[in-house]
Design a protein around this ligand. Structure first.
Ligand code: NAP
Length: 281
């Protein structure tokens, strides 16, 4: 199984996890079965946010992990407008109630907002001292944001940066991934399938994925996930509301692409130029 050290959180976890944005819009029992099947297969990193369904996504996860909290590496996020000193605490305690747990493995600032980073980070540190969160990080931070965050937090404090990363959106490779690797910060790739815009099997890129997949006895999505998590700093959190999709995604943990495969994917899905601003979904 491909596992990576999750930055300053001090945990080694599988490179593939589970996203949960809009799971509350599907069938509840199916979503719970999918999350539990993912845990069986090692997809322990479950990503959520107070924003997702206004707490309903967290509530579904709470039900899915009720009898197996220790199997999960649970990550949630505070909304930027809630990220004041008292607001961060209130949001975290609300998330813990929804999730029916006493702790988060990692707690993130969803994106930058009106409150000073130092204030949010002080709230994170207070929650950490109380054991309500075991580590904390940021999301949608570009390299300038990361410089500011490091100045506010000091070294060794920021566990991860969760950012948009998929085959057709590789902007973070220019500066964000190198920055995170220099500072021991894990990178979590969100929307790894392009938020339901995965390369079609009939497209030129889709054909390359299919050929590589066939050579490994794998699927195109497994090849994509293996490519995105090819560096030990990067994790991916595909959202899958159906058991067969979760099983497919977990298959990415069982193989490593060859140098030749990597070169073919690089050519089929070029990285492009460094953009002016970090893309967000
Ligand atoms: P995604 O993971 O790129 O794609 C999800 C879509 O792919 C769903 O329609 C899902 O279908 C489908 N899918 C998953 N596995 C599949 C498989 N093996 N075969 C075929 N289809 C498959 O999209 P995302 O939800 O935007 O991103 C993933 C997670 O990242 C989110 O859920 C959230 O946790 C996080 N996120 C964070 C931010 C942020 O600002 N920090 C922003 C966006 C997303 P089914 O559901 O029907 O299985």
């Amino acid at each position: 199984m491909v596992t990576h050290a999750f930055g300053h959180a001090g945990r080694e976890i599988p490179a593939i996890g589970q996203g949960t944005w809009y799971i509350e819009q599907g069938e509840r029992r199916e979503a719970i079965a999918a999350l539990r099947r993912g845990l069986d297969l090692g997809l322990c990193h479950i990503d959520t946010a107070e924003m997702y369904g206004d707490g309903r996504s967290e509530a579904i996860i709470g039900e899915a992990i009720a009898d197996r909290r220790n199997d999960a590496f649970l990550v949630s996020k505070v909304l930027p407008h809630n990220a004041s000193k008292s607001g961060t605490r209130a949001a975290c305690e609300r998330s813990l109630r929804h999730l029916k747990t006493d702790r988060l493995d990692c707690y993130l600032l969803h994106w930058r907002g009106p409150h000073p980073l130092a204030e949010t980070f002080a709230a994170f540190e207070a929650l950490k001292a109380e054991g309500k969160i075991l580590s904390w990080g940021v999301s949608n931070f570009d390299e300038d944001d990361l410089d500011e965050a490091l100045a506010a937090a000091g070294p060794g404090a920021i566990a991860c940066n969760q950012v948009l990363y998929h085959l057709r959106e590789r902007a973070i490779e220019h500066a964000v991934i190198p920055w995170c690797e220099r500072h021991g910060v894990a990178v979590t790739a969100y929307s790894p399938f392009g938020h339901d815009d995965f390369p079609a099997s009939g497209s030129a890129g889709g054909r390359v994925l299919a050929e590589i997949a066939a050579a490994h006895g794998a699927t195109a999505r497994q090849v994509a996930l293996a490519f995105l998590t090819r560096r030990p700093s990067v994790f991916a959190i595909p959202k899958a509301g159906k058991v067969p999709h979760v099983e497919d995604n977990a298959g990415a943990l069982r193989f490593v692409l060859t140098e030749g495969d990597l070169a073919r994917i690089e050519t089929a899905f070029p990285r492009g130029r460094k953009p002016h601003a970090l893309p967000m979904l």
